[in-house]
Design a protein around this ligand. Structure first.
Ligand code: FMN
Length: 232
């Protein structure tokens, strides 16, 4: 039975521990077909998705882990986030709370434990054990608009996955290693690598299985305008 939209929205989370159970190619194709129903500027559909399983995924992960461990980071093809010391409020505080929730509370890694944090972070490059790894790219022409369209596609893919009983994790951590990705994938020169996406069945037994993130209340970000400006 597929989940309602509301159930999919409420149960989607970034899953960072997967079971190895395979996901059939037909199921992945179905999810991608659903995600492709996303809106895009003039229906340009500027996205491409590279789907890796089996030996292809293992080979990419091995090279990414090697590049990560050797510190071979490259400047991103676009700025997904500011430098670590350039975050402004309220995002700096929210980011700190997210880090505490994930590393200290869920994983038991203390703030000063750099090796522990790196040890978790590097699992990104194994797609957190997911059987399917995807890499999302969009056309650069023009990039800002295409990134909006890519975000819609990404969210639709993650919700469609919930509808099929699957979980996902978007992974911007791949951006730092785009030369490695380009060696493994047929990414057109005029495309930008947006992020990785891990896809599979959640390992609910893992200590991260209960990790959830909070949200700000609607009143903190929504403004409602009901009366005319000239009426008080
Ligand atoms: C575009 C994008 C990139 C992300 N990149 C990563 C990543 O590289 N590694 C990771 O563990 N989580 C990544 N996340 C997950 C976010 O940390 C997560 O969405 C946020 O903390 C909210 O938690 P939730 O997704 O569980 O609701 C990414 C999310 C988005 C939307």
């Amino acid at each position: 039975m597929s989940a309602t939209v509301e159930e999919a929205l409420l149960t989607r989370r970034s899953c960072r521990a997967f079971r190895p159970d395979p996901v059939p190619r037909a199921a992945v194709e179905r999810l991608l077909g659903l995600a492709a129903r996303s809106a895009s500027n003039s229906n340009c559909q500027p996205w491409q998705v590279h789907v890796l399983t089996g030996a292809a995924k293992r080979a990419l992960s091995a090279d990414l882990l090697c590049a990560h461990d050797e510190g071979r980071r490259s400047a991103g093809e676009f700025a997904y986030q500011p430098g670590a010391d350039q975050w402004r409020e309220p995002f700096r505080s929210r980011r700190r709370r997210f880090g505490e929730g994930l590393y200290r509370d869920a994983l038991g890694i203390e703030p000063g434990d750099t090796a522990g944090r790196l040890g978790h972070h590097r699992r990104n490059y194994d797609f957190f054990g997911a059987p399917v790894g995807m890499v999302l790219t969009v056309s650069r022409a023009p990039l800002e608009g295409a990134l909006i369209d890519a975000g819609l596609f990404l969210q639709a893919l993650m919700l469609a996955a919930r509808g099929a009983g699957l979980h996902t994790c978007a992974q911007a951590s791949f951006i730092d290693f785009h030369p490695v990705l380009r060696r493994h994938l047929r990414v057109p020169d005029d495309h930008v690598i947006v992020c990785g996406v891990a896809l599979g069945y959640a390992d609910h037994e893992h200590r991260l299985g209960a990790h959830r993130t909070p949200r700000e209340p609607v009143s903190s970000f929504a403004s409602f305008y009901e009366a005319g400006q000239d009426s008080s």
